[in-house]
Write a protein of this length. Structure first.
Lengths: 144, 415
């Protein structure tokens, strides 16, 4: 296996993809958002429970690849007990640092999420990592 | 299907063929390229590349217009492609070959110029559950405009068409029966002869999507007796951006133009315009001339090897590939049709199709991952994506063996 592939499929990422956290439907969600990558068919639905602008619970359902699955799992952990604005700021930083060649996600203070950095060597897989975060922003936009 | 794990011998004519495709000599990620994404697009032989280069270097000019030598030569070369295509499909006459951008545009042309004037609310258009989006969406758009109804014939769990159901859905209001000849995603070969026969008995026009069969087997539109047949050049060793529509002359004569513009008119005045006879009526504007010249060279190339030889060899190779995949740990085939050509879809227990695609890419192996523009078919199998290996005349058992070996690495990584 070449070094870029090893960097893509780090143990942390594989662990999240094999045993994703919070992968379930949230029946009493305050907002949910379904997002599909039409290019490949990956489908994710993100559910949020929010109280006083704080995310009290975040879950997801998905039919997707390991990168998207791991990213979604990490997202639910990152944003739970975070305020909405902080969550959006984090999502924006992550998306930007994955999409922009000069940016590094090493500055994001979440070691698990730093394991997503490997996608930068695989341009066709970047959207796999950003899809859950876009879904999160979509769900937030539906909150009253 | 006979279980066959012995690799088929490569005929002499095809051993040499691999050298005709310059791209197959390149490396991908430090490994020799193994190209198994032929259902998406085939590679081009040097003779096709040379023909296009020669056109731009020595013959470039517009067609059907100038009296100067270059235009005369370009016109002859472009029309030569039409004549070759007509012979390739055994059309009655070259006027039955309309150049388009590809199979998708050909279907849209039929929807717009043939079917739209014929359908009204409650009329029916018949397709199958295994169609490419190109043979679904143009009809849906037409249904939206007219109130016509899209009827979808089911398939069996093994990926075969439920042909009896397809035929039983042909009713008094069916205005067109459209069907894919070979499924781009699961490789099923459909019994188009039986379908056309049944449609003819009921006076229903037929359209065959041959995008995935025309490069693998002989097609004879006179024997088949379909009304329309569509195809894309780039899936048969020819350039992108050009393909064609075969239509029976009587049908083409009855149809309105698809697009208006230069080259498709007989006479234009502000009081009204008259149109040329088919096929030119459907070819507005300057066409993809270099593409047409590439088509002529591509047909010469295929014929120099022989379609029967290609078909016979590929049938053995795809059987070999299917049987090897079936006996590979963690791999499950999606669709095990009674007759297969070109493509095999599969999933793995632990690894998603995209992960398979990425890992294979690092091994120099190109396959397609995704829904293959067949979302309804994917849904039918309860999945969102597959990995697909698809072959062409230059592939051999070593390509398949390399695929199997690399899938072992995927299995190792994802468990």
């Amino acid at each position: 296996m070449n070094s870029e592939l090893k960097a893509l499929y780090r143990d942390t990422l594989l662990k999240h993809s094999r045993e994703p956290k919070n992968k379930r439907v949230l029946k009493d969600a305050d907002a949910y958002f379904e997002l599909k990558n039409p290019l490949c068919g990956d489908l994710i639905t993100l559910y949020l429970k929010v109280s006083r602008r704080m995310v009290s619970e975040a879950t997801f359902e998905a039919q997707c690849c390991s990168i998207c699955m791991a990213s979604a799992s990490m997202l639910t952990e990152q944003i739970t007990q975070s305020d909405i604005e902080g969550g959006i700021e984090f999502a924006d930083s992550l998306i930007e640092s994955l999409l922009q060649p000069g940016f590094s996600i090493a500055t994001l203070e979440n070691e698990d999420i730093q394991s997503l950095a490997g996608v930068k060597s695989f341009p066709s897989r970047i959207r796999c990592a950003t899809l859950p975060w876009e879904a999160f922003k979509g769900a937030v936009s539906r909150l009253i | 299907m006979i279980d066959r794990l012995t690799p088929p011998p490569v005929p002499e004519a095809l051993k040499k063929a691999r050298d005709d495709f310059p791209i197959l000599k390149r490396e991908v990620n430090g490994k020799p390229l193994i190209y198994l994404d032929n259902a998406a697009s085939t590679q081009k032989p040097q003779s096709v590349i040379d023909a296009i280069t020669q056109y731009y270097a020595d013959e470039n000019s517009n067609i059907h217009r100038g009296v100067h030598l270059l235009s005369t030569e370009a016109t002859a070369a472009y029309e030569n492609a039409r004549t070759k295509l007509a012979a390739y499909l055994n059309a009655n006459d070259e006027s039955e070959i309309v150049f388009t951008r590809g199979a998708t545009e050909s279907i849209n042309l039929v929807a717009h110029s043939f079917l739209a004037p014929l359908v009204s609310a409650g009329d029916e258009i018949l397709i199958s559950h295994m169609e490419h989006h190109a043979n679904i969406v143009p009809w849906q758009l037409l249904c939206e405009r007219t109130g016509a109804v899209l009827k979808v014939a089911p398939i069996f769990d093994n990926g075969d068409l439920d042909t009896d159901s397809y035929i039983s859905l042909m009713g008094p209001r069916t205005k067109l029966a459209a069907i894919v000849h070979v499924s781009n995603s699961i490789g099923t070969v459909n019994p188009i002869e039986r379908i056309v026969e049944a449609a003819k008995d009921r006076s229903i026009p037929t359209l065959i999507d041959s995008a995935q069969s025309i490069q693998h087997m002989k097609l004879d539109v006179q024997v088949l007796d379909c009304d329309f047949l569509v195809f894309s050049g780039h899936k048969m060793f020819m350039p992108t951006g050009i393909g064609g529509l075969y239509g029976k002359r009587a049908k083409l004569d009855s149809m309105r133009p698809y697009q208006g513009g230069g080259d498709m008119i007989a006479h234009v005045s502000f009081d009204g315009t008259t149109f040329k006879a088919p096929p030119y009526r459907f070819e507005a504007g300057t066409p993809h001339i270099a593409g047409g010249i590439g088509i002529a060279a591509g047909i010469d190339y295929i014929e120099s090897i022989g379609r029967d030889l290609i078909h016979n060899y590929e049938t053995q190779l795809i059987d070999y590939a299917a049987n090897r995949l079936k006996s590979t740990a963690g791999v499950r085939l999606i669709g095990e049709p009674s007759h297969r050509a070109g493509a095999i879809s599969f999933v793995m227990n632990s690894a998603h199709a995209h992960d398979i695609g990425t890992i294979l890419d690092t091994e120099g192996i190109a396959v397609r991952s995704g829904h293959h523009c067949c979302e309804p078919l994917m849904k039918r199998f309860g999945i969102s994506a597959t990995a697909r290996a698809s072959i062409a005349l230059y592939n051999n058992h070593e390509d398949i063996d390399a695929l199997i070996e690399s899938l072992g690495k995927v299995h190792q990584l994802f468990g």
